[in-house]
Ligand binder design. Structure first.
Ligand code: AMP
Length: 113
């Protein structure tokens, strides 16, 4: 998997506004927020996207979701939020390192564009 900007954030080579870190993942504010709260939760393990998850990654994928919920609680989000994995070109993925978007702070439209 080619190196991405998120690998550099994991190694601390470029700055990020980190809101959670543990041995398996990192959560930080998106640099181009699409909502008042826009946090990305990423695994430290290099995985390109949801389609590249393998048997054995169940706990990791679940951990990302639980961390997103924990971050939402920690940020005081009480009116709901959306979790999104963009996958591949048609899914709108622009960074080829798995990431879970946590979006909150405004009423989000549906269906997404
Ligand atoms: P996606 O389009 O689903 O691949 O989402 C990638 C996200 O990464 C976008 O929302 C970008 O704004 C965000 N992003 C790209 N570079 C950085 C960075 N250096 N720090 C924080 N977020 C970033």
């Amino acid at each position: 998997m080619p190196e991405t900007v998120f690998a550099k954030i994991i190694r601390g080579e470029i700055p990020a506004r980190i809101v959670h870190e543990d041995e398996r993942c990192l959560a930080f504010h998106d640099v181009q927020p699409q909502a008042p709260v826009h946090v990305l939760v990423i695994p430290k393990k290099p995985v390109e996207n949801v389609a590249a998850l393998e048997g054995g990654d169940e706990a990791l994928a679940g951990h990302l979701v639980l961390v997103a919920a924990e971050v939402a609680r920690a940020l005081g989000i009480t009116d709901g939020y959306r979790l999104v994995f963009n996958c591949g070109r048609d899914g709108g993925q622009s960074v080829d390192h798995l990431h879970l978007h946590l979006l909150a702070g405004r009423r989000l439209g549906w269906p997404p564009g």
